[in-house]
Ligand binder design. Structure first.
Ligand code: AMP
Length: 194
């Protein structure tokens, strides 16, 4: 199964992706995680991406598309994958479509977690508090001020990805404000063969 999870930062994509990994036995490909790993390892890409990420802006399409193109070639992604945080621009969505088409493949589903943006800031503050309470370092970009920039970036650059998939009849919209289990059940229903 090849799946894309869409939705603004804090919508619960990571949580739902982790569950889908366990259920379907396919990897979660999070471009945010991959970029953070590159930053930590101080690779050339990481060094280029760090300031952009810390400010809550988007890393260039070329870099991110290159990372995803390499990653989906790895053996564990052959059976399928869940893309989390990618595509974030129409250029990325088109690049993904082209790279899959070259292999004779298509996406099986695109799920959007629809959430109330005002409530997201509260949610992200809670996430930062919980991380602090358990001694996990808080992500720099989960700082509420940076988070607001990420949300603005989403509304400016990434919201256009939804109509891209809608026009292709691929989009399934799920109410992401429900409890985690309800969201999970709705995703499973949306992915069940019709
Ligand atoms: P995330 O963990 O998905 O919220 O991503 C964290 C940060 O990594 C984002 O705020 C961007 O700076 C960068 N990033 C992750 N995925 C992408 C992408 N598909 N395109 C551009 N930048 C990305």
């Amino acid at each position: 199964m090849r799946l894309v999870l869409l939705g603004p930062p804090g919508a619960g994509k990571g949580t739902q992706a982790a569950r889908l990994v366990a259920k379907h036995g396919i990897p979660q490909l999070s471009t945010g995680d991959m970029l953070r790993a590159a930053v930590k390892a101080q690779t050339p890409i990481g060094r280029q991406a760090k300031a952009v990420m810390d400010a809550g802006n988007l890393v260039s399409d070329d870099i991110v598309v290159g990372i995803v193109a390499d990653r989906i070639e790895e053996p564990d992604a052959r059976k399928g994958f869940i893309l989390d945080g990618f595509p974030r621009t129409v250029a990325q969505a088109e690049a993904l479509e082209a790279m899959l088409a070259r292999k004779g493949l298509k996406l099986d589903g695109v799920i959007e977690l629809d959430v109330d943006h005002d409530k997201l800031v509260e949610r992200i503050e809670r996430r930062a508090q919980e991380a602090r309470a358990t001694g996990v370092p808080v992500r720099k970009d989960d700082d509420p001020e940076v988070f607001k920039t990420r949300l603005q970036t989403y509304n400016r650059d990434t919201a256009v990805v939804t109509p891209f998939y809608k026009s292709r009849g691929m989009l399934r919209v799920i109410d992401g404000m429900q409890p985690i289990e309800r969201v999970a059940a709705d995703i499973d229903r949306a992915l069940a063969p019709h």
